[in-house]
Write a protein that binds this ligand. Structure first.
Ligand code: AGP
Length: 609
């Protein structure tokens, strides 16, 4: 995933391009670059490394200024992070510069065709093929050239394009990767995501699938790929500037952990009306729901872990089979999906390539698709039959926290909605769970108030190189998320394991250098969890127990450290038990001096397969 910015206006575009890229570095940061139109020609500055390298080069270069420009911050997919592979890429004719987010799947054959025509390539990227293709087709009409070029491209591409023969036009193209237009007085912008625009405007237009925008300093026009005029849909964003800033927090991740009460309130409360729910315009008829043969939840990473938890409570509440699949596996296993299957895609970014592909496969097989998405108008949202938006606001840290929590909260609401429609839930249980969801923000606040205690616990274990998370039932699914959080930001090899499964082999790994984080919140499994913890303790492991206030005293004697969460309706406890795991990971990574918001090798949204 990469970050694209562009600007066209009567002033100097370069300061916006730099500031915009700063806000998009979470999308990828292994190289960056800027291209401007200046005095009849294209000028480019691009370098490997974080944006600060470019900023250093440009800081005293007052000559590098122009009203029209594009910028890019890269997460490498084709070609290592080098100066040459950095975007923008410039056509052989020197007239066209282009930045790209996505992957061109047929770039090799296109490259071979162009090389036969005598084109030479400087980079290893798929992106350079696009701009050389345009160069090969350019006869003076850049709009026609863009239309003709994109017809030959297969794959995903959000493009920002400038042409030396058209200094009054900024061109944007969107297929599968996100791109947004920002509008203001005498200046207009493009960006991959909203945070880059917030300092300039709150009025945006998301390019829809397969759209081209011709933008000048007064406004813009939208076209489909055939060149037919399309209607514009402007949206006013109510994200404050600080919503995309760190504010007083050292890291975006801690800010977003602390924002979870607000994010869950914003996500849950608008869907609760008295003692019942109102679920946007989710018009799934009772007949349709009764005919469902199963529900498939498909996602990646933490969103997948939401699905692992949801499987437990959805099957309890709706009494229909619920399957959970990794999106990268789903479409390659010949899934048994048809018009009587409801598919739920969970995705914070709404741009994860594997999840988008799973959505398309599900629809091809006849299923209806509901998506749980945080980014309004994103590709997954746009292609779903129904969208339930989480209202977590911009999530900048690569490691998800508030988006995960709001996804989980929304899945509870969806399960209640379906279970109620099928008359599978008693009024008492229905109202109790709704009440527990309403109390989530307050209960999470209580846990967050104890974050210093978790920090002091992390100080005892941050140097451990072997950590096991063990649990049973939904607690095992929470362990998956706890383990991923720890791995992705502290680089400690950890593993989530079903507590009852350890003795079937893996317990051989347990020794005095092992930290075992045991999550035990389910009453019916408490005694078995105590036995499992005793088994690993007997092998020398250190025990950090996570349980509810109700079992704190009972479990304290067999713990080296113990953390408790408020008691609430048992089904909803996973929404609370994940919070201490987030904090434990955050503080562990902090003590280890890791780059918490931008962990190595990772990007915020994986828009490549
Ligand atoms: C979560 O901490 C990770 N950054 C990652 O697993 C993420 O959840 C996954 O890539 C899915 O992203 P999405 O929710 O945007 O689809």
């Amino acid at each position: 995933m990469c970050g694209i910015v562009g600007c066209i206006g009567k002033g100097n575009a370069v300061p916006f391009l730099i500031q915009g890229l700063e806000k998009l570095e979470y999308r990828g940061y292994d190289s960056s670059g800027i291209a401007i139109y200046s005095n009849g020609k294209i000028r480019v500055v691009k370098k490997q490394g974080h944006l600060k390298v470019i900023k250093e080069i440009l800081k005293d270069n007052n000559d590098f200024c122009a009203g029209l420009g594009i910028g890019h911050t890269r997460w490498a997919t084709h070609g290592n992070p080098t100066d040459i592979n950095a975007h923008p890429h410039v056509s052989a004719c020197g007239k066209i510069a282009l930045v790209h987010n996505g992957i061109i799947e047929n770039y090799i054959e296109l490259k071979e065709e162009l090389m036969k025509k005598g084109f030479l390539f400087k980079s290893d990227t798929d992106t350079e093929v696009i701009v050389q293709l345009m160069s090969s087709l350019y006869e003076g009409d850049i709009f026609q050239t863009v239309k003709n070029s994109i017809k030959k491209l297969q794959g995903s591409f959000a493009l920002g394009i400038i042409c030396a023969d058209n200094p009054d036009t900024l061109i944007a193209v969107k297929k599968d990767s996100p791109l947004i237009i920002g509008t203001s007085e005498n200046e207009n912008y493009i960006a991959s995501d909203i945070p880059a625009l917030l300092s300039k405007t709150d009025t945006i237009c998301r390019l829809q699938e397969k759209q081209i925008a011709l933008i000048n300093s007064e406004g813009f026009k939208l076209y489909d790929f055939e060149g037919n005029l399309s209607e514009k849909k402007l949206t006013v964003i109510n994200w404050s500037i600080d919503a995309a800033e760190k504010n007083q927090y050292e890291h975006f991740m801690l800010k977003e952990i602390m924002e979870q009460p607000r994010a869950i309130k914003d996500t849950v409360y608008p869907r609760i009306e008295g003692k019942s729910l109102k679920l946007d315009n989710l018009n799934l008829s009772k007949e349709y729901l009764e005919n469902l043969n199963k529900i498939c939840i498909v996602a990646c990473g933490s969103a997948y872990h939401v699905g692992c938890i949801a499987k437990y409570f959805m099957e309890l509440l709706i009494r229909k089979p619920v399957e959970i699949d990794l999106a990268s596996e789903f479409r390659y296993r010949s899934p048994i999906v048809d018009e009587n299957t409801l598919v739920i895609i969970i995705s914070q970014s709404g741009e994860t390539a594997d999840s988008l592909a799973a959505l398309r496969e599900s629809k091809r097989l006849g299923a209806r698709v509901i998506s749980i998405v945080n980014v309004v108008g994103s590709s997954i949202a746009s292609e779903s039959d129904y969208v339930l938006y989480t209202h977590a606001g911009p999530e900048i840290a690569v490691a998800t926290t508030k988006a995960y929590s709001t996804q989980l909260a929304l899945m509870y609401i969806l399960a209640l909605h379906i279970g109620k429609a099928l008359n599978k839930i008693s009024d008492e249980k229905y109202e109790s769970i709704i009440e527990a969801l309403k109390n989530l923000p307050e209960n999470i606040e209580k846990i967050l108030e104890g974050k210093e205690e978790i920090m002091s616990i992390a100080k005892n274990y941050y140097y451990y190189e072997k950590v096991f998370f063990i649990g049973r039932n939904v607690d095992y699914a929470v362990c998956m998320e706890g383990s991923l959080k720890l791995k992705e930001i502290s680089y400690i090899h950890s593993e989530a394991y079903a507590a009852g499964e350890l003795k079937h082999g893996t317990i051989s790994l347990i020794d005095k250098n092992t930290l075992v984080i045991a999550i035990a919140t389910q009453e019916k499994l408490m005694d078995k969890m105590i036995s499992n913890v005793r088994e690993v303790k007997a092998r020398g492991a250190k025990i950090l127990f996570l349980t509810t206030e109700k079992y704190y005293e009972k479990l304290k004697p067999i713990s080296d450290h113990i953390v408790s969460i408020p008691q609430t309706y048992e089904t909803v406890l996973p929404s609370l038990s994940v919070i201490p795991m987030q904090l434990m990971s955050y503080y562990t990574a902090k003590f280890r001096g890791c780059d918490i918001d931008k962990p190595r090798n990772l990007a915020k949204s994986v828009t490549v397969e």
